[in-house]
Design a protein around this ligand. Structure first.
Ligand SMILES: Nc1ncnc2c1ncn2[C@@H]1O[C@H](COP(=O)(O)OP(=O)(O)O)[C@@H](O)[C@H]1O
Ligand SMILES: [Mg+2]
Length: 577
């Protein structure tokens, strides 16, 4: 595999955030200010108890209360504004990440894409980005503000009584350490639960999409049983997860109360000894939850942080992959003629021990119609993949109009080719949108003409909404033949110099095939056409037939030549009557 693009490695999550500090700083500042403005609150308690209650100063209490309300108003403003800004900035950042993932997908080599499990790429795009989003929001919205709050409150308390504060601060590490013990177990259980959930949803997804098969075979009991097993496994790990979380919750509750007791008892004794005022004790009691809250938040946030990091690393693996298409070339020919030469090309897929094409040589003059036939797995689609440059030969060369393929701008080439495959993929949207996909500026008349040539115009007009009928995932269900004629119309609209039909009609009945055959004959004129087909009726009109087996050319010639050459083709011919 060639590593042609120099890819700058993405930073890790912390650095990724740090690099965007400019955008995030205002939002973070607001969020932090939200809690920092509350720092003087313990001081208010101290003053009320120590000064105004003793002296009976009601006006003083009123003044402090007004200040308190004032701070709360500021807090309210910073809260709303901080959250709004954080939500805004984080969502912008995640959008950027998602679009980088999608852009990168457009460059990644098929060698990489082949290796990805189905759903994994989607999950990187949709769920891993969401994990990053959640962890970022909670770091900015909860972690930073609560740490800042605890720090400023400690400063205030240190002024009031540094001795009691040091006792509390000395104890907090113990508290944190024992939480950490829980934390490791919680993480483990969370991980187990996540894996169990992925297994369950994966299996449920499979069974739900295969429901026709399952019912058709009458095997509901078997699949229900197997799904139940995953469900039970998930339920069990969920129960364990809830258990450990509940145990942790109880521990935290008890520990917090004990710490509070320590403050009250220790502080009470200090008050009795005359070393501290009652107001200061009040201030401490009021401030305790603030000091403890970052530790309490820590478990939850670090969990989220690790999930975000996990998601981010999974995205980074994709973004940093050097497995990109070797589009080193930037050459654009003045006019693509459509001559294709395979010069002793050997190529093997990475997961396969044997090469799919071995020393494969083939010359297709421009405008010729070549049919590739041969048993399945003989390398026919591989020829098509290589022409489009989706994979690169291990050795040998491919020349397009005499120009080595690696010198060409492959996107330029692909935009002058069209491929119709056995599975005709329609995107969601109207039929019109699907046709326009091949040529976004096409005139309507051009589109109708392409549909007429593809024998598709009539049936499209017969649909209730005609060309505006929605197809794709949520659209009307069209028959295989109808979908295929739409894909052919799409290919015609592109007006390609090189047209590849990869078993475009194999899955169709004879009537649809006849209609499509006609369409394809319209389409073939004046361009290089490569038809890959099983049915011999499809290849009759080809100028030349090439028979492949195990990546070699076995026979080659016109239909008449091969019909009585006594080889594979003749055998195939007699088998198909
Ligand atoms: N994406 C792929 N990854 C790994 N191996 C593949 C891939 N596509 C095809 N192959 C293998 O390459 C060989 C040729 O396949 P292909 O060109 O699709 O054959 P045909 O189109 O003639 O049926 C087969 O052995 C097949 O299993
Ligand atoms: Mg194939």
């Amino acid at each position: 595999m060639k590593e042609t693009r120099d890819i700058v490695e993405s930073p890790d999550l912390i650095n990724f955030i740090w690099a965007r500090r400019k955008n995030l700083s205002k939002a973070t500042f607001m969020a932090v200010m939200r809690t920092v403005v509350l720092a003087p609150v313990p001081l208010f308690f101290q003053i009320i108890v120590d000064e105004y209650v003793k002296t009976g100063n009601v006006a003083g209490i009123g003044a402090i209360s007004l200040m308190f309300i004032g701070l709360m108003c500021i807090h309210y403003y910073f809260s709303l504004e901080g959250m709004r800004l954080i939500a805004l900035e984080v969502s912008k950042l995640i959008m950027e990440l998602r679009s980088r993932v999608f852009q990168k997908l457009q460059f990644l080599h098929f060698g990489y894409l082949d290796k990805q499990k189905a759903g994994r790429l989607l999950s990187k795009y949709a769920f891993d980005t969401q994990k990053v989003e959640m962890s970022l929001s909670s770091i900015l919205n909860t972690m930073f503000p609560s740490i800042a709050h605890a720090v400023v409150v400690c400063i205030v308390l240190a002024f009031l009584d540094w001795r009691l504060l040091s006792v509390v601060l000395v104890l907090i590490p113990f508290y944190a350490v024992s939480k950490h013990a829980f934390f490791t177990r919680i993480m483990k259980k969370n991980n187990q639960a996540r894996i169990a959930q992925e297994r369950l949803t994966g299996r449920a997804n499979e069974y739900i999409s295969a429901i026709r098969l399952i019912r058709g075979y009458g095997e509901e009991v078997q699949t229900t049983g197997s799904l139940e097993e995953s469900s039970e496994f998930y339920a069990r790990s969920r129960a364990e997860q809830m258990n450990i979380n509940a145990a942790y919750g109880t521990f935290a509750y008890v520990a917090t109360n004990l710490l509070q007791l320590l403050v009250i008892a220790g502080g009470g004794i200090m008050v009795l000894n005359g070393g501290m005022s009652v107001g200061t004790l009040f201030a401490f009691i009021a401030a305790m939850p603030v000091i403890i809250s970052p530790i309490q938040a820590f478990t939850q946030i670090s969990q989220q942080y690790f999930q975000g990091k996990e998601g981010y690393n999974s995205i980074r693996e994709l973004l940093d992959s050097r497995y990109v298409e070797a589009w080193a070339g930037s050459r654009i020919l003045p006019h693509l003629q459509g001559q294709i030469v395979f010069d002793r090309v050997t190529f093997g897929y990475e997961s396969q021990p044997d090469p799919a094409l071995k020393e494969f040589s083939l010359q297709i003059p421009n405008g010729q119609h070549v049919a590739l036939v041969g048993p399945s797995g003989s390398g026919k689609s591989t020829v098509a993949n290589l022409i489009l440059g989706l994979y690169n030969p291990t050795s040998g060369r491919i020349l397009i109009d005499g120009c080595p393929q690696e010198q060409l701008d492959m996107r330029w080439l692909r935009r002058r080719c069209a491929i119709v495959m056995q599975e005709s993929l329609l995107l969601s949207g109207s039929i019109m949108d699907n046709l326009r996909f091949a040529k976004s500026h096409a005139e309507e008349e051009e589109i109708y003409e392409a549909a007429r040539l593809a024998n598709a115009d009539q049936f499209i007009r017969d649909l209730p909404q005609g060309y505006d009928t929605k197809v794709g995932e949520r659209g009307v269900s069209l028959s295989g033949g109808q979908r295929q004629r739409i894909s052919i119309a799409r290919a015609i609209l592109r007006d390609p110099r090189i047209l590849i039909l990869d078993e475009a009609t194999s899955a169709l009945d004879y009537e649809s095939e006849r209609l499509i055959q006609e369409a394809m004959d319209n389409l073939s004129r004046g361009r290089t056409v490569i038809t890959i087909a099983h049915r011999l009726s499809t290849v009759k009109k080809a100028d030349r037939i090439v028979v492949l087996e195990k990546g070699h050319i076995m026979e080659e010639g016109s239909f008449e030549d091969l019909a009585d050459a006594g080889g594979y083709f003749q055998a195939l011919l007699s088998a198909q009557g």
